[in-house]
Design a protein around this ligand. Structure first.
Ligand SMILES: NC(=O)c1ccc[n+]([C@@H]2O[C@H](COP(=O)([O-])OP(=O)(O)OC[C@H]3O[C@@H](n4cnc5c(N)ncnc54)[C@H](O)[C@@H]3O)[C@@H](O)[C@H]2O)c1
Length: 417
C-alpha cells in the first residue's frame, strides 16, 4: 500500500494518542502513513514520543525541535500532523504550508477567526491539503444519528439541546485550557460540540449568548479521567493552582440556516453533581443522539410508542453504511451499537482520520472536514463569545469575516496577528 511520509508536530497528550491511531492502522494492515519524524519545542517531549513510537510502531522517528530544519533534513517529508496547543496552531500550520507540506490539524483549527483566516490564506498560497481532525463525528454511533436525521426519522428538526455542567474549580486536563491566549476550555472542548451540532443540522447562522468566568482560580485535579493516562508525565509539573483567564460558562441560543433552533450550554464551573443532556426534537419525534467512543446508540421516541434503539434502528435507515475503513476497524458495515473500552474506540477514530488524510494526499480527494468546515466549528464558539461580549445577537457571517471581533481583538493582539 502507498504510504505518505508524515511528522507529528506537538508531542504532548494528543501527540501520544495519535501514535495509537497509527498503531491501529498498522495492526489492521491498512496503514497508509509512515511516521518519519516527531517535532516539539520541548526536546524532552519529542524524545519521549519518539520512544513511544519505537515501542508501538517498531521504528523510531527522527526527533526535531524546529520544523524548517526537519524539512531541510527530510526532503521526502510530505505532511505534518499538528497536535500543538490551540494557541500555536496558526503559527505552526502557516509555517508548514510555507514549507510545502500538507497539514492534518487537531481542532480547533485556530485560536481566533483571524488565526483561522491566516491559515486558510496560507493554504491557498501553498495549494496543499488541509484536514481538520474532528474525531467525534467519525464515531459509528454519530454516523447512525446523522443517517436517522437525514432520513427524516424525527421529521423536521425543530429544536436541539446540548447542555452540560461539571468540573467545579478543577484544572481540566492541563492548565492551558484555562488560559484565554492558548484556548480556553469552551473553545477547546466546545469546538467538538459546535462541529457535531453543525454536522447533524447544517450550519448555524445566528447566535445570542451570555458568557461568564465564575472561577478565577483552578486547582490540580486529584481524580483521573478517560484522558488522564495520556497526560500522566506532565502531572508532576502541574502547579497546585493556577489563575484562570478564560471563560468557564457559555449559554447560547443558536439559529441554524435550516430553521432549527439550538440551546447550547456549557458550564465548566459546576460544583457538586455534574450533568449532561443531549436531545433533538422534530415534527414527528425526538432523538437522543449516540455517544462518541462509548458505543451508546441513538434512542428514538415517537409519540405514544416505545423507545427504539440499537439494532432496531437499522431498519429505518436501509441505505446506512459506514465507509470502508470505519467498517474494517469497527468490524461491520452497519451496526446499531458497539461494545469496546473508550481507549479502543478512541484510537480507531484517530486511525480513521489519519487514513482519510493520507488517502486525500495520495489521490487528491477532498477531506470531509476541510479548512472552511474547521473554521465553521471555531466560528460557532466565537459567535457565543462575541455575542456575550457585545450583548447582542451576532451572525456567523459577521464572525467569519471578523466584523464582530471585540472579544477576539486582545487575543489577536497578544499573538500579533
Ligand atoms: N480531538 C480530541 O479529542 C482532542 C483531545 C485533546 C486535545 N486535542 C487537541 O490536540 C491539541 C494538543 O492538545 P494536547 O492536550 O496534546 O496539548 P499538550 O499541551 O499536551 O501538548 C502540546 C505540545 O505541543 C508542543 N508545542 C507547543 N507549541 C509548539 C510549537 N510551536 N512547535 C512545536 N511544538 C509545540 C508543546 O511543547 C507540547 O508538547 C490541541 O489542539 C487540542 O485541542 C484534541
Amino acid at each position: 500500500m502507498d504510504k505518505i511520509q508524515l511528522a507529528i508536530v506537538g508531542c504532548g497528550g494528543m501527540g501520544g494518542r495519535h501514535l495509537l491511531g497509527l498503531k491501529e492502522l498498522q495492526d489492521e494492515k491498512v496503514s497508509n502513513v509512515e511516521l518519519v519524524a516527531v517535532c516539539d519545542l520541548r526536546r524532552d517531549n519529542a524524545e519521549h514520543r519518539a520512544d513511544d513510537a519505537e515501542r508501538l510502531l517498531g521504528r523510531r522517528p527522527l526527533v526535531f525541535q524546529d520544523m524548517a530544519q526537519m524539512v531541510a533534513e527530510l526532503p521526502d517529508l510530505q505532511a505534518v500532523d499538528v497536535t500543538t496547543d490551540a494557541g500555536s496552531h496558526h503559527k505552526v500550520i502557516c509555517a508548514a504550508f510555507d514549507l510545502g507540506l500538507h497539514v492534518l490539524s487537531e481542532k480547533p483549527l485556530g485560536i481566533t477567526m483571524r488565526a483561522c483566516n491566516l491559515i486558510l490564506e496560507a493554504q491557498r498560497r501553498s495549494g496543499k491539503l488541509l484536514s481538520v481532525a474532528e474525531n467525534y463525528r467519525r464515531d459509528p454511533m454519530l454516523r447512525l444519528t446523522k443517517a436517522l436525521l437525514d432520513t427524516g426519522a424525527i421529521g423536521n428538526p425543530y429544536m436541539l439541546f446540548d447542555v452540560s455542567a461539571g468540573s467545579g474549580n478543577q484544572i481540566i486536563i492541563l492548565p492551558w485550557r484555562h488560559d484565554k491566549w492558548l484556548g480556553g476550555i469552551l473553545l477547546d472542548a466546545g469546538v467538538h460540540n459546535s462541529d457535531v451540532m453543525q454536522y447533524y443540522l447544517g450550519y448555524a447562522n445566528e447566535v445570542y449568548a451570555r458568557t461568564a468566568q465564575w472561577e478565577p482560580v483552578r486547582y490540580k485535579p486529584g481524580g483521573s479521567s478517560n484522558l488522564s493516562p495520556f497526560y500522566q508525565e506532565w502531572y508532576a509539573e502541574m502547579p497546585d493552582s493556577i489563575q484562570a483567564t478564560a471563560e468557564d460558562t457559555l449559554v447560547s441560543v443558536i439559529q441554524f440556516e435550516s430553521g432549527t433552533i439550538g440551546q447550547w450550554t456549557s458550564f465548566c464551573a459546576g460544583h457538586g453533581k455534574g450533568m449532561g443532556a443531549h436531545a433533538i426534537y422534530g415534527s414527528q419525534g425526538s432523538m437522543i443522539p449516540g455517544g462518541a467512543r462509548s458505543g451508546t446508540p441513538p434512542k428514538l421516541y415517537m409519540d405514544g410508542q416505545p423507545e427504539v434503539t440499537g439494532e432496531a434502528l437499522l431498519g429505518l435507515v436501509p441505505d446506512f453504511h459506514l465507509d470502508e475503513i470505519t467498517a474494517k476497524l469497527f468490524g461491520a458495515e452497519r451496526m446499531g451499537s458497539y461494545q469496546m473500552p473508550f481507549p479502543n474506540a478512541d484510537r480507531k477514530l484517530l486511525a480513521i482520520e489519519y487514513h482519510e488524510f493520507a488517502e486525500c494526499v495520495l489521490t487528491g480527494r477532498q477531506p470531509e472536514v476541510d479548512g472552511l468546515m474547521g473554521r465553521k466549528a471555531v466560528a460557532l464558539c466565537y459567535a457565543a463569545f462575541e455575542s456575550g461580549t457585545i450583548n447582542r445577537p451576532v451572525t456567523l457571517d459577521e464572525i467569519e469575516t471578523e466584523q464582530a471581533n471585540a472579544y477576539e481583538t486582545p487575543i489577536n493582539e497578544h499573538w500579533k496577528i
